[in-house]
Design a protein around this ligand. Structure first.
Ligand code: LHQ
Length: 264
């Protein structure tokens, strides 16, 4: 897989996806967004890949929409209708990440702003460098949060903190992000990639099908009443219970040995 602004490294069952436009802190140009859609589409389908790490090249994770893309229109005084831009771009990408049938880890190496923060939020686990910062940014250019931020941010940190972040647009440091549950762990900058990879390798050796079902159940449960959630869990347990990994997990436990999971 060769791209202009994304690098993909495959290492056994783990894929590392590196956004690569460091001069602009990996702002999401149309090119990068299109490439990420292609990458996540392929990685979702690829059964041999059982965990994905998303990281940025250089000192930024992603500064959100590449404001240079629309510069000419703005300079001409045009007020572009942005919905098409979103529908064709981020609105394709975000569900691909959130619904990927395998865990996706955001390794937040630096600034995550605007749609860059949304990208991190769409991932299942966020590991941050001590140098990472988080800001919704949208308000500073007179926009509303997009690319899933309205969905994921309140669900991740609660509506109070989410609104505070969205309305003030203030940058949140890694330690504060950890305290509010925006990221799960914070590690020294130089250890970030190794830590994220180690976590990805660990997850890639776990029951991938059960992880994929868990992701789906959690997303669905966010909008369902209890009884329907219980029913979805029961259906999910039928699927998980029929998996090779369920059989292997139970037998390994009974036989007091380490399980070998295939992801199926
Ligand atoms: C950038 C960007 C950037 C281009 C830094 N684009 N070059 C938007 C529009 C349309 C449709 C609908 O959806 C959206 C969704 C969105 O994502 S809106 C939000 C867009 N993002 C922002 O407004 C964030 C803008 N960036 C910043 O506020 C800062 O750069 C942050 C806080 C991310 C980092 O600050 P610093 O660490 O101080 O870095 P810097 O500002 O010096 O940036 C470094 C370079 O990156 C600089 O270029 P230069 O040539 O001067 O070195 C910036 O111009 C460039 N850059 N973000 N989004």
């Amino acid at each position: 897989m060769r791209y202009d602004q994304v690098n993909v490294n495959l290492d056994e069952a783990v894929a590392t996806v590196r956004m690569s436009n460091p001069a602009k802190l990996n702002a999401l140009s149309r090119t990068m967004t299109t490439e990420l859609i292609d990458v996540f589409g392929r990685l979702s389908e690829e059964e041999a890949i059982r965990a994905v790490v998303l990281i940025g090249e250089g000192r930024g994770f992603s500064a959100g929409a590449d404001l240079g893309d629309l510069e000419e229109a703005y300079r001409r005084g045009e007020r572009p209708k942005l919905s098409g831009f979103l529908r064709d771009g981020y609105n394709q990408l975000i569900p691909l990440i959130a619904r990927a049938p395998k865990p996706v880890i955001a390794a937040v190496n630096g600034a995550a702003a605007g749609a860059g923060l949304s990208l991190a939020l769409a991932c299942d686990i966020r590991v941050a460098s001590e140098a990472a910062t988080f800001n919704t940014a949208f308000v500073h250019i007179g926009l509303v949060p997009d690319s899933g931020a309205c969905y994921f941010l309140p669900r991740t940190v609660g509506i109070g903190r989410a609104l505070e972040m969205a309305i003030t647009g203030e940058r949140v440091a890694a330690s504060a992000a950890r305290e509010m549950g925006l990221v799960g762990r914070v590690v020294p900058a130089e250890a970030l990639e190794a830590e994220a990879l180690a976590l990805a390798r660990k997850l890639a050796a776990m029951p991938t099908a059960a992880i994929a079902l868990t992701k789906r159940l959690f997303r669905e449960a966010a909008t369902l009443p209890l009884e329907q959630t219980l029913e979805r869990e029961a259906e999910g347990q039928d699927l998980a219970g029929a998996s090779d990994d369920h059989m292997e997990g139970v037998l390994a436990f009974l036989e007091k040995r380490r399980p070998t999971f295939t992801g199926r």
